[in-house]
Design a protein around this ligand. Structure first.
Ligand SMILES: [Zn+2]
Length: 314
């Protein structure tokens, strides 16, 4: 059985990194001179800022509602062909509101409408994790968004993600904000340890009370953090290809997932940005099998993906 034939769930993928190239070619203005190689990253880049170059294009794409819906449809169709049944897509609310000169409330309605269309067209249960940039102090905006999603009373909004540049200063307010997130029953996932910072992982778990950690590479070399994850039942979102492309891991055969597996730390395979690397979640499964020599993991992986999904909190 091929990995595409297995039911799967995707817990870590960014909307702006998940748009299939054929969808971009459909919605982009041809006159701007867009080339496929401006978007697709297929070999390791020098640093994270080079890795984020495609975002300069994708963040400007959804400048009206029809294009936003076409982007969601393109992502849904691509995930459907890979037999993905449940998706937690990550995206910010703020840039969409600014780009379209609309309110946060209207942006939230776009998501609700778009995700309902995905459900009816592809039978995929798609939910939203709201991305929060750690190095930009827009915290008051996120409190407003938190209040708005509570009022929406829609189960598509399932959590918050702290993302952005890990090497930048953290604002002191994040733990208070995430306490409010948790009190209201939303999940918390934090990009931490992708740049091998032990301190960021500790901060995410002990101060921000993360339920899941994105990447978490630093955990593998630190017995204290391995124990902290085990004791707190923290699930690590493992993104193999992404770690190679960002040059966070230089040798895939010694990827930290081997340590997570050895120490029985919960983890799920995810694709992070399947659009910009033009590979799907099944490709991550094949890579995992190559590294670990484990071949009968796909059904257990789906169980784990559903077990740690934030929809369980709603
Ligand atoms: Zn990510």
């Amino acid at each position: 059985m091929k990995y595409t034939d297995y039911d799967k769930a995707e817990l870590h993928c960014h909307l702006n990194g998940s748009i299939p190239i054929n969808t971009i070619l459909k919605v982009i203005d041809n006159k701007c001179g867009f080339k496929e190689h401006d978007y697709i990253i297929d070999k390791p880049v020098k640093n994270l800022s080079e890795y984020f170059n495609p975002w300069k294009i994708t963040r400007l794409l959804p400048h009206n509602k029809n294009i936003f819906m076409a982007i969601l449809d393109g992502i849904g169709r691509e995930m459907f062909t890979d037999n993905i049944k449940y998706i937690e897509l990550r995206n910010s609310i703020i840039y969409l509101a600014k780009l379209n000169n609309i309110t946060y409330d209207e942006v939230l309605d776009w998501y609700i409408e778009g995700f309902e269309a995905i459900k009816s067209e592809y039978k995929i249960d798609m939910r939203l994790i709201i991305s929060v940039r750690r190095e930009i102090n827009e915290i008051n905006e996120y409190y407003k968004i938190l209040d708005l999603i509570k009022k929406k009373n829609s189960n598509i909004f399932v959590g918050f993600d702290l993302t952005g540049n890990e090497t930048e200063v953290h604002f002191n307010e994040w733990p208070t904000f995430f306490r409010r997130v948790k009190e209201n029953g939303y999940g918390i996932t934090i990009h931490a340890g992708e740049s091998w910072s032990d301190e960021n992982v500790r901060y995410a778990i002990t101060k921000c009370k993360a339920d899941r950690i994105g990447h978490g590479l630093a955990i593998a070399n630190n017995p204290e953090l391995l124990e902290l994850c085990k004791q707190n039942n923290i699930c690590i979102e493992v993104c193999l290809t992404s770690n190679i492309l960002t040059s966070s891991v230089s040798d895939i055969s010694s990827h930290p997932v081997l340590q997570f597996h050895k120490f029985n730390i919960p983890y799920v395979l995810c694709s992070d940005n399947p659009g910009i690397r033009n590979k799907n979640l099944s490709f991550e499964y094949e890579l995992f099998e190559t590294i670990t020599k484990i071949s009968n993991f796909a059904e257990g992986m789906y169980e784990n993906q559903l077990k740690y999904a934030f929809k369980n909190l709603r």
